[in-house]
Write a new protein. Structure first.
Length: 80
């Protein structure tokens, strides 16, 4: 993670989310969750809270753009 602390990354993600910029918030929330899963661990309350925050952001995207939940189409194969 490019940030010096998980807390700063989380704060930036929250700021983006509050501003409605979920496209920037979700990758940061994913990074926070990944860090939290490493330490303090999968079942720690901070990790569970990070999962909840990420899920909330994803639900917000779904509410704004229901088609965002559909599978992303695969790029066509260039092999002949």
């Amino acid at each position: 993670m490019a940030f010096s602390s998980v807390g700063r990354c989380r704060a930036l993600a929250y700021a983006y989310q509050a501003a409605g910029d979920l496209r920037r918030a979700i990758p940061l929330l994913n990074a926070v969750l990944a860090q939290r899963e490493q330490a303090p661990g999968d079942t720690h309350p901070s990790t569970l809270n990070s999962r909840n925050n990420l899920a909330s952001a994803r639900r917000a995207v779904q509410a704004i753009q229901p088609s965002a939940t559909k599978a992303v189409p695969q790029a066509p194969s260039t092999a002949d």
